[in-house]
Design a binder for this molecule. Structure first.
Ligand code: NAD
Length: 173
């Protein structure tokens, strides 16, 4: 393993199978993964429809089924609100999270901020990028298309229970 503890940052709006692929890659690279549920202050908008608590719950449902015991032993999920200053964001994460020595992300801003602080970074291999994208899932839910095909069955059930599709449709007016 290349690292002790790797940070996996995302908005997870909603968590999908691409995110699962990303988290599996994180656990291949490091002993433990800290999943940061970013933009935790956001909810009930078209870009960020779910609350941080709902995203934590959906991730937990998917990961406890997919990772089994490794979920309890090797994964932490921590919601983090955004701050206005990108330059000190990684220090802010250092204050909130257990110590970490690596980060994995496909987001160039996130990679840049970790690299500037001397943290090892990794770019994930993308899984079905055309269909497994939060933007596409939210757009399809708003328009009434097939938005569920890239979701884990447990996330699909959970989003059904909390009325995700109805929320997105109402938000899109
Ligand atoms: P996201 O949920 O869109 O993506 C999360 C991760 O999943 C990314 O690394 C992405 O590359 C990966 N991914 C997406 N689809 C994939 C697929 N099909 N296969 C494999 N991997 C896939 O989240 P994001 O926009 O990258 O989240 C970044 C978060 O960090 C945001 O909440 C942002 O606000 C926060 N942030 C905050 C600050 C600040 O507060 N100043 C600064 C930088 C970033």
């Amino acid at each position: 393993m290349d690292a002790e503890r790797v940070v996996v940052v995302g908005r997870f709006q909603p968590p999908h199978l691409g995110h699962l692929h990303l988290i599996r890659q994180a656990l291949y690279l490091a002993r433990e993964a800290i999943i940061v549920v970013g933009s935790a202050q956001e909810s009930h908008t078209l870009e960020n429809p779910l609350t941080a608590g709902e995203r934590v719950e959906a991730l937990k449902l998917m990961l406890e089924e997919e990772l089994g015991e490794d979920f309890c032993r090797r994964v932490a999920i921590i919601p983090v609100a955004d701050i206005a200053m990108n330059k000190v964001w990684v220090q802010y994460l250092r204050m909130l999270l257990p110590r970490f020595d690596a980060a994995i992300s496909g987001n160039e801003l996130v990679l840049m901020l970790f690299e500037d602080m001397g943290i090892k970074t990794y770019k994930p291999e993308l899984y079905k990028r055309d269909s497994c994208s939060g933007t596409r899932i939210r757009e399809m839910a708003a328009k009434g298309g097939d938005w569920e095909s890239c979701l884990h069955p447990r996330v699909r059930d959970f989003l059904g229970k909390i009325g995700f599709e109805e929320r997105i449709r109402r938000l899109s007016g």
